[in-house]
Write a new protein. Structure first.
Lengths: 141, 170
């Protein structure tokens, strides 16, 4: 992100989305790096037994998508200061999951531009899945 | 006396250590695999896999994605012991007291503050402790909120991150 772009940021502005079509290809890869081999994330029958139509993805992967959203926007020199979210809905098979961010505050602190954002993931029906907030420091030119 | 699920014994163990662990040294491949998995099916940023590129950034070398977990598969403490599974009283059992005996539990979310980045060669130590209890009436009755804090430090005793997590029981 260039300094010119930083100066153009305004409260209420939405940052570019991070989107993934989700299913076993994503979840199996995530299970393999996070050692998260749980039946509800691998087996439709286990997902159904838990009350969902299919197996469903890890909350931790939504957490990663929210981080990837901020990294994609800021570039390598941006810094995530804090991030929090809740997990409110299951990511079942085939869902398109989109991570969003909306700027809620901008301030200068210690020579850095600090930005607060509302962040969230939703599915292709528009249902919010993991709402949260984040604070980032944007790179200097 | 008001109805509560927070006993005197529970109040007395606030601040108690729930778990502690140390990672094996993080490798380039651990970081690369994590990044490939997270960004699939697109390519991950070069900062996570291209050492020559990363050397030109302000990090002067590869770093891990902030949410990278160096404790997956096995920690330096050896193979995992059987955990308490999904017993809702696991927090209190770990601290040697009786739990409130509530039936249901939900992940109430997490909030993390980041410090220094994790890099290849780092050895991370996690110390998780009980930060506190609170409760309030909810749609499903009296809800017990248990907050735990997990602080990660590296081999130089620099804070990598501090995570506060909320467990909801009812």
């Amino acid at each position: 992100m260039s300094q010119a772009t930083v100066s153009e940021l305004t409260v209420g502005m939405e940052i570019p989305e991070f989107q993934r079509a989700t299913g076993l290809h994503n979840w199996n890869r995530y299970a393999a790096v996070n050692y998260e081999f749980v039946d509800i994330h691998m087996d439709d029958e286990a997902g159904k037994a838990a009350g969902y139509p299919t197996a469903f993805g890890m909350g931790n992967l939504q957490w990663s998508y929210l981080h990837a959203l901020l990294r994609q926007w800021m570039g390598d020199e941006g810094r995530i200061i804090r991030l929090g979210c809740q997990f409110r809905a299951a990511n079942t098979k085939g869902m398109i999951v989109t991570a969003h961010g909306k700027i809620t505050a901008i301030r200068e602190e210690g020579g850095e531009t600090i930005v607060d954002l509302d962040i969230w993931t939703d599915n292709d029906s528009g249902k919010t899945m993991a709402p949260g907030t984040a604070t980032v420091a944007l790179p200097r030119a | 006396m008001a109805k509560t699920n927070i006993s005197e014994a529970m109040q007395a163990v606030v601040g108690g250590e729930l778990s502690r662990g140390t990672s094996f040294p993080i490798t380039d491949s651990d970081i690369r695999r994590w990044a490939v998995a997270i960004y699939y099916p697109e390519d991950p940023p070069r900062l996570f896999w291209d050492a020559d590129y990363a050397a030109q950034t302000s990090y002067r070398g590869l770093v891990a994605p902030e949410e990278f977990n160096p404790f997956a598969w096995m920690t330096a403490d050896g193979p995992r012991r059987a955990s308490g599974g999904h017993n809702p009283d696991l927090t209190e059992i770990t601290l040697g007291i009786q739990g409130p005996g509530l039936k249901f539990q939900l992940n109430g979310g997490s909030e993390v503050e980041y410090g220094v980045r994790m890099r290849p060669g780092d050895v991370i130590t996690s110390v998780r402790s009980l930060a506190g209890y609170s409760e309030r009436e909810g749609r499903l009755g009296l809800m017990l909120f248990t907050e735990s804090q997990d602080q990660w430090t590296n081999q130089n005793n620099e804070v990598v991150k501090t995570t506060k997590s909320t467990l909801i029981r009812y």
